[in-house]
Design a protein around this ligand. Structure first.
Ligand code: SF4
Length: 683
């Protein structure tokens, strides 16, 4: 019979959901409470944080390994399940080479676990390792690395409150990063900081905004270029900063000559006067901090969108001092760390490219083997390659659910079903795990120790409140065993717990090089923290950019039309998140409290779009395009801009990502989730 539910201890850990990284611990029953963590300094938590223990005890939790027999999953002993993974992967490698295997790391798991996933891939001989940051902020990282040399928040949550203006583009922090918003942004707004919100939808962030620009999805570049033009025309540039820290001003201003502010505003769907007011508020502020989210990054021009935003910061000298900067708000509790420690197909730990021979040598000295020099496949690319002669044939998916989260989901499910071998490590038999040949029962956030890195680069420690249930196993131990079986480097996977792994990863990750697991304690250490330093750096790019250069280029960018053409009667589908749920919903759909708060999805559409289609509030409507179709309940509201409909991707039913397209940004390979042409009809 199944084991008793675990008893939880109250141990100071970190919330498993968003990138804010609030300190939480067990309270009573199934509830969590905050402790005075480094971010939530008064111990506040949002509804997701309070409910974080509920999925941990869910009755559908996997407690034994499963293997596929005659098309169905049956329980198997651990040794048999591991043996099947070894055989399944090694057979593919022996016949087709290591490049035919892909590894999927997890932005919800610890730095140590992600470090081991990338190390297993590289020990096997491939750089085919990626994580779901590919789907959220890879374009942000690409643009920021190119312009500044570091793909993370330039500033900290503590110092952004010093800004006189906030420019929030394509993010909804009041709902998605609620404790950061309540603790750091909202008090500044109450104290006269101007909030400019660029978003096609009125949401709780808009409620506190002074200026709302309801941009049509896909038209951020015309909007931001027009703001740049106003800033230049009205003499709001920072002459000293441009002279000392920027290059390319002449070419940039020449490019702006073709920008017509009124025409661009109309193209972007916003009022030209509001756009001018926003540009003035940002340009006139002594200090202005910009925040960017997936409304900017999830386009096939996502990298250029972020370049256009960076241009505003450089023009106005809003880089390198408190209360300024470009600040991507990260979605998952360790999406920053998964990238920092090298779960990226093109980068080693610390973001040195795999093509850099010195960086490979640095890893080889510690690991005992040299990682391959060829960049691997990105997440969406590997799923698309299944079935090609040189495509992916086997995959190991660790704590992610691509069948729900990837675009064009019907094709993703078909591709995963066509793999010669698929192993999944997860808590539940997710939509992806259902397709697997082997499913290993892993550990939840409440059962693991290790470090996670939040949105403003602070590395904090998680502590287990319980043992995993039944035969479920701590993820670090699973990865250690998988690493020893899949590779010929036994000693490279011989660790004595997370502190041991952390000590090794600091040796090959220069931005973590001076950190100490013990000294993080119940506080945090922030990167960059190089070897020999006394502490990390709070505000980046002060005297010089992280790249080492004192100057960065202004980068002219042109509008790129969305990939989907709109037929006359079609609307733009844009997807996003709500307060009560998290990503694919694998955890939050298994919380009774959160499902009572929001049990099913709705699609928001504007009253004029509804009337034109004979749709009333509460009607069932069909959203469809050539990729698929779903039925969902209509919420008729002027909160969404006309011509656009909004829904979430939290629910497997309806599976919204059957509608989203897989046009990719050419640099970051991020898909265009935020603009899909759909036909909307009353059922
Ligand atoms: Fe967790 Fe984010 Fe809510 Fe904090 S704000 S409790 S980290 S979901």
């Amino acid at each position: 019979s199944d084991p008793e539910p675990p008893e939880f201890e109250s141990r100071k850990s970190v919330c498993p959901f968003c990138g804010v990284g609030c300190g939480i611990e067990h309270a009573n029953g199934d509830t969590a409470t905050g402790w005075e963590g480094s971010v939530n300094q008064r111990g506040e938590v949002c509804p997701k944080g309070v409910a974080a223990f509920e999925p941990v005890r869910h009755e559908k939790r996997l407690v034994r390994p499963l293997v596929r027999e005659s098309g169905t999953h049956v329980v198997a002993p651990w040794e048999e399940a591991l043996e099947r993974i070894e055989t399944g992967v090694r057979e593919v490698v022996d016949e087709h080479g290591p490049e035919s295997v892909a590894f999927f790391a997890s932005s919800s798991c610890t730095n140590e676990e992600n470090y081991l996933v990338q190390k297993i891939a590289r020990a096997l001989g491939t750089n085919n390792v990626d994580n779901c940051a590919r789907l959220c902020h890879s374009s942000t990282v690409a643009a920021m690395v190119e312009r500044f040399g570091a793909g993370a928040m330039t500033n900290t949550l503590e110092d952004v409150g010093e800004a006189d203006a906030f420019l929030v583009c394509g993010a909804n922090p009041a709902e998605q990063h609620p404790i950061a918003f309540q603790s750091y942004l909202s008090p500044a707004v109450d104290d006269d900081t101007t909030l400019i919100h660029v978003d096609p939808r009125e949401n709780p962030t808009t409620a506190e905004a002074d200026v709302h620009l309801p941009v049509t999805p896909g038209y951020d570049i015309p909007l931001l270029n027009a703001m740049a033009k106003v800033i230049v025309e009205e003499g709001l540039v920072d002459e000293a900063f441009l002279a000392e820290r920027a290059e390319g001003r002449e070419a940039f201003e020449a490019h702006l000559e073709d920008v017509d502010v009124e025409a661009n505003a109309r193209e972007a769907g916003v009022d030209p006067d509001d756009l001018r007011a926003a540009a003035r508020a940002y340009g006139e502020a002594d200090r202005a901090a910009a925040f960017t989210g997936m409304g900017m990054s999830q386009h096939h021009c996502g990298t250029d969108n972020v370049h256009a935003l960076i241009n505003l910061a450089v023009l106005t000298g809003n880089v390198g001092k408190p209360g300024t900067g470009i600040n991507p708000l990260r979605g998952q509790n360790n999406v920053q760390g998964a990238n920092d420690v090298g779960a990226r197909p093109g980068d080693l730990p610390g973001y040195d490219p795999v093509t850099d021979a010195d960086a490979r040598e640095r890893c080889a000295e510690v690991w005992g083997f040299e990682p391959p020099a060829e960049p691997g496949r990105t997440q969406v690319e590997w799923a698309r390659s299944v079935g090609d002669d040189d495509g992916i044939r086997a995959a190991v998916v660790f704590g992610e659910n691509p069948v729900v989260t990837e675009p064009n989901a019907n094709e993703v499910a078909d591709a995963l079903a066509d793999l010669e071998f698929l192993a999944v490590i997860d808590l539940f038999e997710t939509e992806t795990a259902e397709l697997a040949d082997v499913v290993l029962p892993g550990s939840s956030w409440a059962e693991k120790a290790g470090t996670v890195t939040n949105t403003d680069r602070r590395v904090q420690r998680m502590r287990p409140a319980a043992d995993p249930p039944g035969e479920a196993c701590r993820d670090l131990e699973i990865l250690r065993r998988v690493g020893r079986r899949l590779t010929d480097h036994d000693l490279a996977f011989d660790y004595d717990g997370p502190a041991d792994v952390f000590a090794e990863l600091t040796e090959v990750t220069p931005i973590y090089g001076g950190m100490s697991y013990a000294e993080i304690g119940e506080g945090y250490q922030r990167w960059p923290f190089p070897p020999g330093a006394d502490s990390g750096t709070d505000v980046l790019h002060g005297d010089a950019f992280a790249s080492g250069d004192r100057r960065t280029e202004l980068a002219p960018v042109d509008h790129v039309p969305p990939a989907d053409d709109l037929a006359d009667d079609q609307l733009v589908l844009t997807t996003g998140r709500v307060l009560q749920h998290f990503n694919s919903g694998a955890l939050t759909r298994r919380s009774g409290t959160l499902m009572r708060l929001r049990g099913e999805d709705v699609v928001q559409l504007h009253p004029e779009d509804a009337e034109a289609r004979g749709i009333e509030d509460g009607d069932e409507v069909r959203l469809s395009n050539e990729r698929g179709g779903v039925t969902v309940t209509a919420e008729v509201t002027p909160a969404i801009t006309r011509g656009t409909v909004f829904t979430t991707f939290h629910y497997a039913e309806p599976l919204i990502n059957v509608l989203t397209g897989d046009a990719l940004d050419p640099v970051a390979k991020i898909p265009e989730y935020k603009h899909s042409a759909v036909t909307v009809e009353r059922v």
